[in-house]
Design a protein around this ligand. Structure first.
Ligand code: GSH
Length: 205
């Protein structure tokens, strides 16, 4: 079974999971990972978290990992147009993630939050328009993109419960995704429900 190495925070897919837990405050030690990271230099070209080891595929970079898993499960789009959309949306989702991660790990989270939610409207409106009347972000068939998009949009509603109220299509997408039987079963597990989104050093977990 493939191995995913990551922090003890929310992750995805069926895998053999190696979790690295950050130390508690005040030290917030990253030693669980940094103490073994040099050893990973023998296995990985660019040691980092997450890493993914699947036979002779040994990779880091979140989107490379997602695309590898997607190709194995035919979730990377069918036509050239769909594949291009998948690639674009994965990077677009990463841009959204980087913005929200910057906020969540900022010690001034409380004072910056309103400004963040004001500014993110432009981005949410574009995702709403892109989704349109499609079931999934690239059309009728679910692709890998729908996974990080679910994760990110759901996180926004955790941070601010009404954050998708102006985006009925995004809201319906969240409902549709979490009703998929396998997703529903996955999300119902205590270990998933109780898994924080961010590390202990974050202001919003
Ligand atoms: N571009 C990389 C970023 C990787 C990254 O920044 N990982 C963070 C956690 S999200 C980390 O703690 N890495 C451990 C390290 O820097 O050694 C990706 O998308 O995977």
């Amino acid at each position: 079974m493939p191995e995913l190495g990551y922090w003890k925070i929310r992750g995805r897919e069926r895998f053999y999971s190696t979790v690295y837990e950050q130390g508690d405050p005040p030290g917030l030690s990253r030693e669980a990972w940094t103490s073994v990271k040099p050893k990973f230099g023998e296995l990985l070209d660019f040691p980092n978290l997450p890493y993914y080891i699947d036979g002779d595929v040994k990779i880091t970079q979140s989107n490379a990992i997602l695309k590898h898993i997607a190709r194995k499960h035919n979730l990377d789009g069918e036509t050239a147009k769909e594949k291009a959309n998948v690639d674009m949306l994965l990077d677009q989702a990463m841009d959204l993630r980087n913005g929200v991660v910057r906020l969540c790990y900022n010690k001034d989270y409380a004072s910056l939050k309103d400004e963040y939610f004001k500014n993110v409207q432009t981005s949410l409106a574009l995702f709403e328009k892109k989704l349109g009347d499609n079931k999934w972000f690239t059309g009728d068939k679910i692709t890998v993109v729908d996974f990080p998009m679910y994760e990110l949009l759901e996180q926004h509603t955790r941070m601010k419960s009404d954050s998708l109220d102006a985006y009925p299509k995004l809201k319906a997408f969240l409902g549709r995704f979490q009703e998929l039987p396998k997703v529903k079963g996955y999300l119902a597990q205590d270990c998933v429900r109780n898994m924080p989104i961010n590390n202990k050093s974050a202001a919003f977990r």
